[in-house]
Design a protein around this ligand. Structure first.
Ligand SMILES: O=C1C[C@@](O)(C(=O)O)C[C@@H](O)[C@@H]1O
Length: 806
């Protein structure tokens, strides 16, 4: 029988407007605002639209025309709002979506557009609304859900900072303080959700920084691991610390294996938690016959699981795992609604007589899964005795030769009652467990951990131990060796990382041409000087004109994917690749620290960068990427900074990025140089709300220390702002000391991000680029701070030391 893929009914035009529905207090307006900024779309809100069309607020309309007339008018306006904004918008629906006519309109719209239902915890809504309203609203809330086709759980984060706090302070001790806004974490996972439902995430990451972890989906990596987490286990351990799950696998496979009441909400919440805390792709699997659960009659199983699988699709998970041996209606239902989630088509061969690998029916199964449009095909086979690696390899070869490329990647392994016994059987998406969590209900993941499997790859010479470096004229006190070594150890990689002081390109070349060279972090004087010698650069590095991460390219076919998958392998480098993690580290820190009142408004927001080196370039670029269109630069030596401004102005022009319209100043350029600290802030421009200091606080190479402080008049932004200090020797630089005092005595709405926070982010992203693995973020940051404290103690007697990050 020949099979074919059913039509995907949720594959909307990527530019189709996205509608947000949900009860009052769910956070639609804020999410709409964040989403519009992220996708560069227009935000349409029901209230404003009504006013725009009728010239009256709703209240005014009711008092003038009465409730009945309002209801009619409101329904009409609602339909018009949807119809006249079909593309390029985020539409925030108010309470109109509770009216039957509006619901019909939404249901019809949801055939061609994403209509996202926003969940919010009951407790949180209660805080925002009158108790009497809450129950009624929640009842009505089901109606919103019914006319949606996707859902997002707007998680309330009691910690206020997710796994990575905005420091809000410049001293290590204070760094654990809650950040200024709980919205910050919402932004991270809501934008991730939007990337998934519009399908832009991986493509964008790939185009911008092809070696970043997010650029290569786990099924296309050289090796990848799925950390299996059972829902029952999460519910049994409500106090689990999500930070402990960091970097334990390339993705999380959430196995739905229990059916408590309120299951939908529970699942939606867990998906939201994984997204927010770990940011890794999610595989969503609904187990047909979970151990320890009651046996369900077939009809109940099919209806219940079809609903559960649809929930996974509605939540926009990255992968939905679908057992292809199940009921045809259930299978087709999932395929029809897959949207942009990828489907992993499974065949489980259970029991003693499980279908042998070389049986022709295995090939036929693969063929039908491929015809159904599965993105990945997973075959797992019960094996009572030892599994024979050669037979499995032979099966892989058969698939390879039988089907033309491109074909869905194959995941194939044997398992026994003890789990998947040989962790290297499947190169991709091998099931692994958390080292500290008992998983007795899980057949598949009781043996291997990602770390153990990775160690084995090195022991079996499939991967090679390499040497990594931080290189520059002033790197002896760099924190990178400690942070990177801790991360290698965590991941089970026997690589080394050293700081080597050098200042000529010849010295650098000597180190990089070694067969065992793994990659390097570059400091001054290499960040700009190396540019002409790089064969490939990320899109960002080219724009910035500076790199701080250098990678050897060793792929055999010279495709980027092949180069990326040759990381962790020794050999002759054909060429080198450069990327920049300074700018993205600054961007991450700014995003976390900026308060909602200071969100970037391109036409108004101004930023100030101090310095003219590679770091200053990265800071300017981060501001532009955040949407800031008025960047001022100050440097002690005027001449050095002029060409930096010119560089960005001509780059911006080439990209069609303009300085916005509201500036009264004569300049249309994005970047302007400020000649002196003694002059008033340029007239016609808002005072800066983002300040980034990129000058070493201690003298480098015989130069005097920068000792930069902000002119007080430039600090008068009524909404405060963020100061990012990149120096951390000492941590309390003159600027930081000044800002602390300013906060105490004048304006508490300034947030200070210290240099250790930024260098930690830089190191995390560099680790991911150099190894292709997720970084253990918390660990790296902790090690960075501890190493810094230790250095301080050791250096206390010998005097100050230098870091030159320019
Ligand atoms: O600024 C820094 C810090 C650094 O110099 C270090 O010592 O770790 C490494 C650089 O690549 C990075 O840009």
């Amino acid at each position: 029988m020949s099979v074919s893929a059913p039509k995907n009914e949720r594959a909307f035009d990527p530019n189709a407007s996205i509608v947000l529905v949900g009860c009052r207090g769910a956070g639609k307006r804020t999410l709409g605002f964040l989403g519009a900024l992220h996708l560069r779309r227009r935000l349409v809100t029901e209230d404003h639209y009504f006013e725009k069309v009728t010239g009256l607020t709703r209240g005014q309309f009711i008092s003038r025309n009465g409730k009945e007339s309002f209801a009619r008018q409101n329904a009409d306006v609602f339909k018009r709002m949807l119809d006249s904004n079909r593309t390029g918008c985020i539409i925030e629906c108010g309470m109109s979506s509770l009216a039957p006519e509006a619901q019909d309109a939404l249901r019809a719209y949801s055939r061609t557009h994403p209509v996202v239902y926003i969940h919010r915890e009951k407790e949180q809504i209660s805080l925002l609304l009158d108790a009497a309203d809450v129950e009624q609203l929640l009842k009505a809330d089901e109606k919103h859900r019914e006319c949606s086709n996707l859902e997002y759980y707007n998680l309330y984060d009691a910690s206020g900072h997710g796994s990575s706090p905005a420091s809000g302070s410049s001293t290590p001790g204070d760094a654990k303080q809650a950040g200024p806004s709980k919205l910050l974490s919402a932004r991270e996972d809501f934008t991730r959700f939007l990337d998934l439902i519009t399908g832009r995430g991986a493509t964008r990451a790939w185009l911008e920084s092809p070696f970043s972890v997010n650029a290569i989906p786990p099924e296309f990596r050289a090796y990848s691991y799925a950390l299996r987490v059972r829902l029952s286990c999460l519910l049994d351990h409500p106090d689990l610390d999500w930070d402990d799950f960091e970097a334990r696998g390339d993705c999380i496979e959430l196995v739905v294996d229990t059916w408590p009441s309120d299951l939908h909400k529970i699942i939606a919440r867990q998906v939201a938690l994984i997204r927010r805390k770990l940011g890794v792709p999610i595989i969503y699997h609904v187990e047909e016959n979970p151990r320890g659960e009651r046996r369900r009659p077939p009809e109940e199983k099919n209806t219940m699981d079809a609903e559960l699988l649809d929930l996974g699709l509605r939540l926009g998970v990255d992968y939905v795992s679908l057992d292809l041996q199940r009921d045809e209606t259930l299978v087709n239902g999932v395929l029809r609604h897959k949207g942009r989630s990828k489907i992993i088509g499974n065949f489980w061969h259970m029991g003693i007589g499980a279908l042998p690998w070389l049986d022709e029916r295995q090939i036929e199964n693969y063929r039908s899964a491929r015809a159904l449009g599965c993105d990945v095909i997973r075959i797992a086979r019960f094996c009572a005795g030892d599994s024979d690696a050669e037979i499995l390899e032979e099966f892989g070869r058969k698939i390879k030769h039988t089907f033309p490329d491109p074909k869905p990647p194959l995941v194939a392994y044997d398992f026994s009652v003890l789990g998947v016994r040989t962790p290297l059987q499947s190169r991709i998406l091998s099931p692994v467990r958390h080292p500290d969590i008992e998983n007795e209900r899980d057949h598949l993941a009781t043996v291997s951990t990602a770390r153990g499997s990775f160690e084995l790859l090195f022991r079996q010479f499939l991967l090679d131990p390499l040497q990594f470096y931080v290189l520059g004229s002033n790197v002896s006190y760099s924190l990178s060796p400690a942070m990177q070594t801790a991360a290698f150890d965590f991941a089970g990689m026997p690589h080394t990382f050293q700081a080597v002081t050098c200042s000529t390109l010849d010295d650098l070349n000597q180190i990089c041409i070694s067969d065992a060279f793994g990659g390097a972090l570059l400091a001054a004087p290499f960040k700009v000087a190396i540019m002409p010698h790089l064969k490939v650069k990320s899109h960002h590095a080219t724009a910035i004109g500076a790199v701080n991460v250098l990678l050897p390219l060793r792929g055999k076919t010279s495709t980027i994917l092949d180069h990326a998958n040759s990381r962790n392998k020794a050999g002759r480098a054909h060429a080198f690749f450069g990327d920049n993690t300074d700018w993205s580290a600054i961007l991450t820190c700014l995003r976390r620290a900026i308060s909602p009142r200071n969100y970037v408004q391109p036409s108004r927001t101004t930023g100030l960068v101090i310095g003219a080196g590679g770091m200053a370039r990265a800071a300017i670029y981060a501001l532009i990427q955040l949407g800031c269109r008025h960047v001022f630069i100050y440097n002690r030596t005027y001449e050095n900074v002029v060409h930096v401004a010119e560089h960005f102005n001509s780059w911006a022009e080439s990209q069609g990025i303009t300085a916005g319209t509201q500036a009264n100043g004569p300049h249309s350029e994005i970047c302007r140089v400020l000649p002196s600290l003694l002059e008033p802030w340029p007239p016609g421009y808002q005072l800066p709300t983002m300040v980034i200091s990129c000058v070493p606080a201690t003298g480098v190479d015989g130069n005097l220390p920068a000792d930069f402080e902000m002119p007080l008049d430039w600090l008068r932004s009524p909404t405060g702002g963020v100061v990012v200090e990149l120096a951390y020797e000492p941590l309390v630089t003159p600027l930081v000391a000044q800002m602390h005092a300013f906060r105490e005595s004048v304006s508490p709405s300034w947030v200070i991000v210290d240099g250790l926070e930024v260098v930690g982010e830089m190191a995390i992203e560099a680790f991911e680029l150099m190894t292709g693995r997720m970084a253990p973020k918390r660990l790296m940051k902790e090690v960075g701070r501890k190493t810094w404290e230790l250095q301080q103690q050791q250096q206390a007697s010998t005097g100050a030391f230098q870091t030159g990050f320019a």
